[in-house]
Design a protein around this ligand. Structure first.
Ligand code: BEZ
Length: 245
């Protein structure tokens, strides 16, 4: 027919029809302002931006209450309470079920994980929050939310997002690591390499010359002209080499 594959012909637009309402909605991208909303949660009404205040936020969705993978995930988030607090992060969960269901389910999560669930769980039975964050993927079996994660900074910008299918529980240690990496990148105006952890050497961004890097960072090492590692000035010498061995 001479026609190329469909994806080449699709117009490049930020707007798309919502799968449930068919209203045109914007796709969310890194750097966008996180949509604000006011909604009921397991801790009462929350106006999202006001609730977030000057904190970082990890907003994460799951498919439904009283489901096994979700129970393990929410329990883990509760167990990590001190880790969120250390980083100035407020976690908030979402499922499309009701406040009444959340209240009943919370007891199971707390018993299972031996911790308290003291972060809010958004009740979203009309799916308005899930739709605004594109958390519903109809190809994933039904119209409940999938396992989306949004890391949102104190300026309310979306800094990182990930999407897991319903069958795969997330790794919240990795989510904490991404918060560490984002906060380090902001603090040091730098990047971080594969598997970076706090205390490891950072990466000099490609936009900074090696001469400028030497003026700004400690112990700049040039592996290739485009791959330079360093230590943020004033920090203890970074322990990790670039971990591609
Ligand atoms: C779960 O959380 O266990 C789950 C939810 C929906 C589909 C599959 C698993």
């Amino acid at each position: 027919s001479g026609q190329g594959p469909g994806w080449l012909e699709r117009p490049c637009t930020l707007e798309r029809p919502d799968p449930l309402t068919e209203r045109m909605i914007m796709a969310l991208h890194l750097g966008d302002t996180a949509p604000d909303f006011t909604t009921q949660t397991s801790q009462g009404e929350v106006s999202f931006h006001d609730w977030a205040g000057d904190n970082w936020v990890v907003l994460f969705s799951h498919p439904a209450d009283f489901t096994p993978v979700c129970t393990t995930e929410l329990g883990r988030v509760g167990q990590l309470k001190d880790e969120w607090a250390k980083r100035g992060v407020k976690p908030i969960a979402l499922s499309v079920d009701s406040v009444e269901d959340h209240a009943k389910w919370k007891g199971d999560i707390e018993e299972f994980s031996a911790c308290s669930v003291d972060f809010p769980i958004i009740a979203d039975p009309d799916k308005s929050v899930a739709i605004s964050y594109d958390m519903i993927h109809p190809g994933e079996g039904d119209t409940s939310s999938v396992r989306s994660v949004f890391v949102i900074d104190p300026a309310k910008k979306i800094r990182l997002s990930m999407t897991y299918p319903k069958s795969t529980g997330r790794n919240f240690d990795e989510i904490l690591r991404t918060v560490d990496a984002l906060q380090e990148a902001d603090r040091g105006e730098c990047a971080t390499p594969v598997d970076w952890k706090p205390g490891d050497r950072i990466i000099v961004p490609p936009t900074v010359s090696t001469a400028d890097a030497r003026a700004k960072f400690d112990d700049v090492q040039e592996v290739y002209p485009y791959l330079r590692t360093a230590v943020i000035r004033g920090d203890a010498a970074g322990k990790g080499a670039v971990a591609c061995d």
